[in-house]
Write a protein that binds this ligand. Structure first.
Ligand SMILES: [Fe+2]
Ligand SMILES: [Fe+2]
Length: 205
């Protein structure tokens, strides 16, 4: 068993950041590696602004796409070998599966806590009742400085002007995540809908 992150001191967490960085460089393409580093930097910035533990945010963000370049075959084999329950969306909507598998790898290999695993698990879809770490990772992934998709400038502006994580996530779901799925005639993961409804319901009270 690897040591759990919540039992690590600051120096051990710094060392773990270095270990994961080295691992990612070996596993991922150059582009995805640079995206991971950039997501880590953005997560640090958002964590600081929202008074969350910067090291935890950085570790989680760094590892968020650890499983992104596995093949479908590898996902299914890994899930089977590790007793990870898969649902219909994992077969039809494989994009979210790298979060599910990545969360498990991060626990097994690096001792990530449940909270950190969840933030990786849900980073592509969001979910109802997102934790602060969920929100930091979701947005760091979408806002990191290397991103250049059409909607990113508007998303950056909304975050900068509002400094509101819920508002920024809601805009992303409504203007990027869901429209893109519709445009491609792909399934919308129910967790994106749950995240959206939850944010709207909480903010209408
Ligand atoms: Fe991802
Ligand atoms: Fe990512």
């Amino acid at each position: 068993m690897v040591k759990s992150v919540d039992e690590m001191n600051k120096t051990e967490k710094e060392e773990l950041l270095e270990i994961i960085t080295i691992d990612l460089k070996a596993i991922l393409s150059e582009e995805r590696y640079l995206h991971s580093i950039s997501t880590m930097k953005k997560a640090k910035e958002i964590a600081k602004a929202h008074h969350y533990d910067e090291q935890i945010a950085m570790l989680t963000a760094l590892a968020h796409d650890i499983a992104k370049e596995m093949t479908n075959e590898e996902y299914y084999t890994y899930a089977k070998e590790n007793n990870i329950p898969l649902d219909e969306f994992d077969y039809l909507n494989v994009i979210a599966l790298h979060g599910k598998v990545g969360a498990h790898i991060a626990w097994k290999k690096y001792g990530f806590t449940k909270e950190m695993q969840d933030a990786i698990y849900y980073h592509t879809t969001g979910r109802a009742n997102m934790t602060l770490l969920d929100k930091i990772i979701y947005l760091a992934d979408k806002l990191e400085d290397r991103r250049n998709y059409n909607e990113v400038e508007e998303l950056r502006k909304i975050y900068k002007d509002s400094n509101n994580l819920d508002k920024t996530i809601l805009w992303d779901i409504d203007n990027d995540t869901i429209p893109k799925r519709i445009e491609k005639q792909k399934l919308i993961h129910p967790n994106s809908i749950y995240a959206r409804n939850d944010i709207l319901a909480k903010n209408s009270k």
